[in-house]
Design a protein around this ligand. Sequence first.
Ligand SMILES: *[C@@H]1O[C@H](CO)[C@@H](O)[C@H](O)[C@H]1NC(C)=O
Ligand SMILES: *[C@@H]1O[C@H](CO)[C@@H](O)[C@H](O)[C@H]1NC(C)=O
Length: 310
Amino acid sequence: MPIPLKSHASWLTLLFLSTAVVSTSGDVLSGLSAYPDCAKPCIISAIQGGICDLDNKACICSSAAFSANVTSCVETKCTIPESLVVMNISRTDCDETPRDRSIELKVVTITVGTVAGLFVMLRFGYKLMISNVALAMDDWLTLATMIVVIPNLIITINGTIPNGLGRDIWSLTPDQITTVIRFFFTTAVLYFALTTLVKLLFLSFYLKVFPTRVVQQVLWGTFAMTALWGVGFVFLTIFQCQPISYFWQKWDGLHDGTCLDANTIAWANAASGIALDVWILAIPLLQLRKLQLKWKKKIGVVLMFLVGAL
Ligand SMILES: *[C@@H]1O[C@H](CO)[C@@H](O)[C@H](O)[C@H]1NC(C)=O
Ligand SMILES: *[C@@H]1O[C@H](CO)[C@@H](O)[C@H](O)[C@H]1NC(C)=O
């Protein structure tokens, strides 16, 4: 992990006077004493290298060479949590404020959740109070989807965001980082369940609309395949690390465990998910060819299905 490091000038002047003292006794200077011990020799050696003048805060805070020198040293001498402390101190000293996009994240999450919730309420309100038709499988799957969506929103708003999602990592405590990743893990599992339920929802709607025997068989086959696909990815996500908790502990480099490659899992899920979507969407579109409709109406129906797919 590259750690661009910038450092304050005030203590450096003192450092200049007593480098020898510092390098032997380690903890003499107020500025330097804030840093973890592992980083002190790195800072001292970078200063002695002469990239920046000691009283030149602008240089120390912006020089890529100075930062690269300290960073590469800190990477070998410090643990990752210690490196983050180094980053926090130096960036604070250089008057940087950590970026924070948690408000936007919250607004987007709440807006999207509310809109989705309203549509689902409309759907059930209409079915139960106005049309009075019995609830079918697609309704139950809609309900199941909401049962997954709601905890996902709650975890994001009350867990992931307050613990640091959307903020610079160096402004978080190690506990917060672990907690964020743990909440993220939970929402990732829920997300895989969610995408599966939405696909099943479409299939169950098509099952209602296309009664032909062959189409029903194709739809049920796809339904079973999608369900297996979903269960497979949920399990793969949960058990990608051994022990499971290693997923949210491995970032600090101080725990033992093994993991499958998370990127590979995400890509495999995305690629196979899109392929499934295309296939699921193709089923009604292929049926349309057989309908006795004017081409204008056909285009209308195709558009309807495509909008639904969005
Ligand atoms: C940083 O600079 C010092 C002085 O030039 C040099 O001795 C040291 O090897 C450099 N460290 C790294 C990690 O590049
Ligand atoms: C980062 O530095 C600031 C200022 O010294 C301090 O208040 C804060 O607790 C530090 N945060 C972490 C995560 O170390």
